[in-house]
Design a protein around this ligand. Structure first.
Ligand code: FPP
Length: 251
């Protein structure tokens, strides 16, 4: 069978610049195979690899992956430990290839709450890849959209209290400067795998105008063809930003 014929044709000029992904279903994928949940996470790393590579190949410069939420700390300790170990081992194993392929690593979230070894490995990987710009791979770790907004609100309150800003003059841009994502454009497409139709505290501010794409495919099965399918679906949508269809088509 010719694999190529089955891949959707994409318009390179209309690709999203930033795709955000909720990588869900690792546990269910493993359970369906009678395996431990952690096995699903191991396999999920292979999907991460393939989607990062695809972004590089087709020209998507920003990819944010929800790798660990603040709520995930409530999972059984053995699973949390295994995920942290997987993160460290994956970074060690992959960092040279990331560097070679033009991928720059970033992290968003409450990094200080991550185990010291993870912080160390992430800092090293970010340093090693800092000159790259082909793909900005942004890992959301110990991330909560509400916490992100709260810390931004606190920072703005501080500016007002110190007299450097007047509350009445604050703009959306002022708020955006204090988000973890200040250096990145907003995602135009958010993909969630494994059949759940929720945003789950992910990029609450940044996803304001994003197209949402939900697929029943579990994350470990979500590979290049599924990703291209999501992008093709995105390209069929009309993004109006509150305008009417005729106004958008005029451009
Ligand atoms: C959701 O599946 C997935 C996670 C909480 C972790 C995602 C982590 C990886 C894909 C691997 C580590 C990533 C990197 C970047 C090294 P789930 O466990 O909630 O699945 P379930 O809903 O079926 O239980």
């Amino acid at each position: 069978m010719d694999q190529k014929q089955q891949l959707p044709v994409l318009d390179a000029a209309r690709l999203p610049q930033h795709v955000a992904v909720i990588m869900d279903g690792n546990g269910r994928w493993a359970k369906e195979r009678g395996k431990d949940r952690v096995h699903g996470h191991y396999e999920g790393v292979l999907s991460v690899r393939e989607i990062v590579n695809t972004c590089g190949e087709i020209g998507i410069p920003y990819l944010t992956l929800y790798a660990f939420s603040t709520e995930n700390w409530n999972r059984p300790k053995a699973e949390v430990d295994a995920l942290m170990e997987l993160l460290v081992n994956t970074l060690r194993k992959e960092v040279e290839e990331l560097r070679h392929k033009g991928v720059r690593l970033h992290v968003i979230g409450d990094l200080a709450s991550m185990p010291p070894i993870c912080q160390q490995e992430l800092a090293e990987a970010m340093e090693i890849t800092r000159d790259n710009s082909r793909v900005n791979l942004i890992l959301a770790l110990s991330y909560s959209g509400r916490q992100e907004l709260l810390q931004a609100a606190k920072a703005l309150a501080q500016e007002v209290a110190s007299g450097t800003r007047a509350a009445a003059t604050l703009t959306e841009t002022d708020l955006e400067k204090h988000l973890y994502t200040a250096a990145f454009p907003d995602p135009e497409l958010m993909i969630r795998t494994s059949g759940e139709h929720r945003i789950s505290n992910f990029l609450l501010y940044q996803l304001a105008y994003a197209e949402l794409y939900f697929t029943p495919v579990h994350w470990p099965d979500f590979r290049k063809a599924h990703f291209l399918e999501a992008l093709a679906d995105y390209q069929q949508r009309e993004r109006r930003f509150g305008k009417i269809s005729e106004q958008v088509q005029a451009f």
